[in-house]
Design a protein around this ligand. Structure first.
Ligand code: FE2
Length: 517
């Protein structure tokens, strides 16, 4: 059994049972009972550890008891008592919190622990123990206190990590970046298979049931580079479509699944997602994935959910290229992308924002991208913001009207790097640039048609840079006076040991919207 070394803090610890962060061991509907001192014949922390959703005084810790064989079904139907500690040092000697929780069978033996009352703006280390086994040691941090003067924030933006298309060398390179946060904007798992296969999912069958989605999450979480990135940094995660099904919209399947069947499928996928991500209990209970994180006076990060509440596609079943000129329903103001409540929440948050940078981290490309079809006629992609032009006009109209400064949108989904000027009126290239956009390429999912996009750049002068050839991530180094974004590209995502290099660097100056090269 591969046991991680155990810090001294375990022997000296005193359990402090604090409020809702810990559980007693009785009365939790544990079905077959509770294993307080289980003996495993395989390492039970095979999915690693994770942390996320930091506040100024805490964060969420996550693990799941699962052995290497495969999935929850291999473990008996009872709960496991799991102990945890949080320390101020990486050797886990100065323990500041400890407790026990129950990894319940009805939660796939996942465990979430919410910490509070910790010091702001500092790193902590943590570890879980179950029976004789100790988890890898994870590292995480609290946010700076509200309004505190903060000089710097470094984050990596990740998206689109089809397991079969490549390896996660991108995550290995993030370990050397000295980040504060990893922000993942969706397509964390893929429900199905297509394209190149350098390795295989745990099953050739697509995920569509609770057991299937759980097994798919476990398959991804077993990747060692992904595990290390989760153990090294707190993550802010939101979802896109492939966590459920390609190009779904609200409760509408892109593949003619009857609505009640699809609703049950989506609920199963959401449940598995919540079980496997470091999310707070209220987020898991409400499925409200849009949330805000303040990094002192430097940045407010608005994390969005553009899948759960969106209207059905216009003039398309799914992400097809459509003719905006003839699709009458496309521009209907009734067709929302974010849903009314989230849009209002975002409007209010941006209008009230007093941080230097107003970050909107969401799924995909906000800027329009007009492509030519084979006959040379203009087409737009129905599944992105181009499929919801009224939603985009509302967001950018709000930024322009309220003169909200230093808005930077971050996105993924399109498997390519973009740096864009977001305009008050995209039809008029001379209109004011009111915000800045960066999109990160995919971690591993196969790229789009780079050459075709390059040919269409003349139709999209607000796109200041584009590159769809490489997999990798976007690295952002954010200061009071300037924002820097690097396109970090892998040489070859099909090689787990691939090198990475910085392809391009862009800046945004405080008070001046738009990309500077
Ligand atoms: Fe994707």
């Amino acid at each position: 059994m591969r046991n991680a070394p155990r810090g001294d803090g375990w022997s000296r610890r005193q359990f402090i049972l604090r409020g809702a962060a810990t559980f007693g061991v009785a009365g939790f509907g544990l079905g077959g009972g509770l294993f307080a001192r289980p003996r495993f014949d395989a390492y039970p922390f095979s999915l690693g550890v994770a942390s996320g959703d930091p506040s100024a005084d805490g964060f969420v810790l996550w693990t799941r008891i699962a052995t290497a064989q495969s999935d929850a079904a291999f473990l008996p139907m009872q709960g496991y008592e799991v102990e945890w500690i949080v320390a101020e040092d990486e050797r886990l000697r100065r323990v500041v919190r400890s407790g026990r929780g129950v990894a319940r069978a009805d939660a796939a033996h996942a465990l979430h622990v919410e910490l509070d009352g910790l010091a702001p703006d500092r790193w902590y280390w943590y570890q879980f123990r179950c029976g004789d086994a100790a988890s890898p040691v994870g590292r995480t941090r609290t946010l700076p206190a509200a309004g505190a003067s903060v000089a710097r924030l470094r984050l990596a933006l990740a998206s689109c990590q089809h397991y079969e298309h490549g390896y996660y060398a991108a995550y290995r390179h993030m370990l050397g970046d000295d980040l504060d946060l990893v922000v993942h904007v969706g397509d964390y798992i893929y429900e199905g298979s297509w394209g190149p296969q350098v390795r295989r999912h745990e099953s050739a069958e697509g995920a569509s049931t609770l057991a299937g989605y759980r097994n798919r999450h476990a398959c991804y979480k077993r990747d060692p580079d992904l595990q290390r990135a989760h153990a090294a940094y707190p993550w802010l995660v939101t979802w896109d479509d492939h966590e459920v099904s390609n190009d779904y919209a609200g409760l509408v399947s892109a593949y003619d699944e009857p609505s009640d069947t699809f609703a049950a499928r989506r609920a199963a996928a959401y449940q598995a997602w919540c079980e496997h991500m470091p999310l707070r209990a209220r987020t898991r209970a409400t499925l409200r994935m849009y949330r805000r994180f303040a990094f002192g006076d430097l940045a407010a990060i608005n994390l969005l959910d553009d899948r759960q509440y969106r209207a059905a596609h216009a003039c398309a079943e799914r992400g097809e290229m459509i003719d905006a000129g003839t699709c009458a329903e496309l521009g209907s103001p009734a067709r929302s992308l974010l849903g009314t409540a989230q849009q209002r929440w975002l409007d209010d948050g941006l209008a009230r924002g007093d941080a230097r940078w107003n970050v909107v981290a969401q799924q995909t490309l906000v800027a329009p991208f007009v492509s030519r079809d084979e006959a040379g006629a203009p087409r737009v992609w129905a599944d992105g913001w181009d499929g919801y032009p009224a939603a985009r006009a509302h967001l950018l109209g709000h930024v322009a009207e309220r003169r909200i400064p230093n808005v930077v949108t971050l996105g993924g989904d399109v498997h390519a790097f973009y740096a864009c000027d977001l305009k008050a009126d995209f039809a008029d290239p001379d209109s004011a640039t009111i915000a800045t956009e960066f999109v990160g390429t995919s971690i591993s999912s196969q790229g789009d048609d780079h050459d075709a996009r390059v040919r269409d750049l003349d139709l999209n002068p607000h796109v200041r840079a584009y590159d769809g050839r490489r997999r990798g991530y976007l690295r952002c180094d954010i200061g009071h006076d300037a924002w820097r974004s690097d396109f970090v590209a892998l040489d070859d995502a099909t090689d787990p040991r691939s090198a990475a290099r910085k392809m391009r660097t862009f800046h945004v100056e405080n008070g001046r919207a738009g990309v500077q090269t």
